[in-house]
Design a protein around this ligand. Structure first.
Ligand code: NAP
Length: 535
């Protein structure tokens, strides 16, 4: 019997209008019972997609030139509207994802906190990157023109949300928030794993657009199959950039489409990472049961469905490493599987674990027990030697869920060789004491070339949203290694620099006017001059 939900309509929200789709239908799905959820969602066709992208294009001019105060108040307004709908959003997300309430309440707070942080950036304005090289008419042998630079929004952005963060990486998640903070309208392609959660959050954004008196094309939420409507969205000439979190196959398919357009556009896709954790000798002289428990907590949290889950751990051969593995077995034994996000993700986790376990030289170290539902498989930790890891690409693949591989290394040279063989990663973690600094110094430069974030004596799960965070890394962690999808730097993905040479003051945009009406810090003749000082 499908669960009823009276307040959801099952329609796309195209430029503020609830729009029944002309295509086929899908339903949400409760992964803890394998039952479909009401309402039925109708998927849009290409002509309806064009309405969303045309509205976004129409909204661009007014939205991209908003003054900082109105722009920031809009972002705060989205956060307020999401909070007001918080109980309903969390209840629906629990049904659709199987994630527990505490996790989803935390994710909701992260989502609204992120919007408010970006609002503060918009008010402060450094992301506009203003540089002014004043004219030097007397310069010899040639005079210098007046040249001013600022960053401008790219245009409408297509965003694809992830299944594993139905709030913080979905409808109002990091990609949407950073595109809106940059001044780009967003067309958001809902993830079919949480359509009702997307509708509730999409409504909150639509209401905030309305509250702020903005053009309704600033935001659209569309339901459609990724392989057809998602592809058409990225091919649409109005779209000027793409934000994506999900699988490597879908992310690379979107990269191919974006690159093949008559006008290629950037794709910021966050895809696949196994997040190596390296234990040096000194780190294994302490509380091994405590370390093993922390490892298993990080592997099994959110059923392992985190992009920063530690899927690969390097441990030295020898007694300390043996003792650590024994502690890992003790720590994992009482652990039960938790319901995964979708039946498809549970199936692909099972297939991945079976494939890993059947590789030559790979052994099961420990396994927990199956959880209470059909989609809650027992977490698993496997073990192998560095030589096996070096020679088998299957051991480098992400298994999305609670599984991890421990690789035993017998020398620093072997550890460095394994690190050199890694694909691009979001994170790398070092467990070390002072006695390990010399060895770690040899590995660090290798890791810097492979990952977006390096951390010591902690676990990679849990990503702080701040100004200094990097949640990125070389392919396949992301499609663009030069930036981040978490933190305020993410806003700059959707901006580009424009230089204005000898443009009269009356025609200059506010950000680069002599009077500095937006009170921005500016780099004048190469030196940062804080707002308010003589400029
Ligand atoms: P997914 O299958 O990549 O789906 C993500 C989005 O992309 C969905 O909206 C999907 O739409 C769309 N899509 C799928 N194929 C497409 C294509 N060929 N062209 C255009 N759009 C397409 O990801 P998922 O369902 O969230 O998770 C599946 C796998 O992704 C996991 O097993 C895991 O490996 C990986 N994952 C990684 C992260 C991470 O943070 N690194 C996060 C989540 C998932 P439809 O559903 O309509 O096809």
């Amino acid at each position: 019997m499908p669960t009823q939900n009276a307040t959801l309509q099952g329609h796309s929200l195209i430029a503020g209008q609830a729009t029944p789709g002309n295509g086929r239908t899908v339903n949400g799905f409760d992964p803890s019972t394998n039952e479909t959820l009401e309402p039925t969602y109708s998927l849009i066709d290409e002509s309806q997609l064009r309405q969303a992208t045309a509205a976004a294009e129409e909204a661009f001019e007014s939205f991209s030139t908003l003054d900082p105060q109105t722009h920031a108040a809009f972002l705060d307004g989205i956060a307020d509207r999401i909070e007001a709908a918080g109980d309903e959003v969390v209840a629906r997300a629990m049904l659709e994802t199987g994630l527990p309430e505490a996790r989803l309440r935390g994710e909701l707070a992260r989502t609204t906190g992120q919007l408010r942080l970006f609002s503060a950036v918009v008010r402060q304005g450094d992301h506009r990157g203003v540089r002014i090289d004043p004219a030097q008419p007397e310069r010899t042998p040639l005079p210098r023109a007046d040249i001013r630079q600022r960053k401008v929004p790219l245009g409408p952005v297509a965003v694809f949300g992830a299944s594993n963060f139905p709030l913080a990486f979905s409808t109002a998640g990091g990609d949407t928030a950073s595109a809106l903070a940059a001044g780009c309208p967003v067309v958001f392609k809902a993830h079919n794993a949480h359509p009702g959660t997307s509708e509730l959050v999409g409504r909150a954004i639509t209401e905030a657009v309305n509250d702020a008196g903005l053009h309704p094309g600033v935001f659209s939420l569309i339901y459609g199959p990724g392989a057809s409507i998602g592809q058409a969205l990225v091919s649409d000439p109005a779209i000027q950039a793409v934000g994506f979190t999900g699988s490597r196959s879908a992310g690379t398919a979107l990269m191919t489409t974006a690159a093949a357009r008559p006008q290629p556009i950037p794709v910021y896709a966050e895809m696949s990472s196994i997040n190596p954790v390296i234990f040096f000798e000194g780190a294994l002289q302490g509380d091994l049961d405590g370390l093993a428990a922390a490892y298993i907590t990080s592997v099994t949290g959110s059923s392992g469905q985190l992009c920063t889950s530690p899927g690969l751990v390097f441990v030295p051969t020898g007694e300390a490493g043996d003792n650590f593995l024994a502690a890992v077995s003790r720590a994992l034994a009482p652990s039960a599987g938790q319901t995964m996000l979708t039946r498809g993700i549970a199936d692909s986790w099972n297939a991945g674990v079976e494939a890993l376990g059947s590789q030559d030289g790979v052994e099961l170290v420990a396994r927990g027990s199956d959880g209470p539902t059909e989609n809650a498989p027992a977490p698993a930790v496997f073990g192998t030697e560095a030589a096996t890891f070096l020679n088998n690409p299957v051991l480098h693949e992400e298994i999305f869920g609670a599984a991890s591989l421990v690789v035993r290394y017998s020398s620093t040279e072997e550890l460095v060789a394994a690190a050199q063989r890694l694909e691009g990663q979001l994170t790398a973690t070092l467990h070390l004491t002072e006695s390990d600094y010399g060895t770690a110094a040899g590995v660090l430069p290798v890791l810097e070339r492979k990952v977006g974030r390096i951390l010591a004596n902690g676990w990679p799960t849990g990503v702080e949203v701040g100004h200094a965070m990097v949640h990125g890394g070389p392919f396949p962690a992301t499609s663009n290694t030069r930036t981040t999808s978490v933190g305020t730097l993410a806003i700059e993905r959707f901006l580009r620099p424009v230089a204005y040479q000898n443009i009269p003051e009356a025609l200059r945009p506010a950000a680069i006017q002599d009077a500095n009406p937006w009170k921005l810090n500016r780099r004048i003749d190469g030196t940062v001059v804080p707002a308010g000082e003589n400029q």
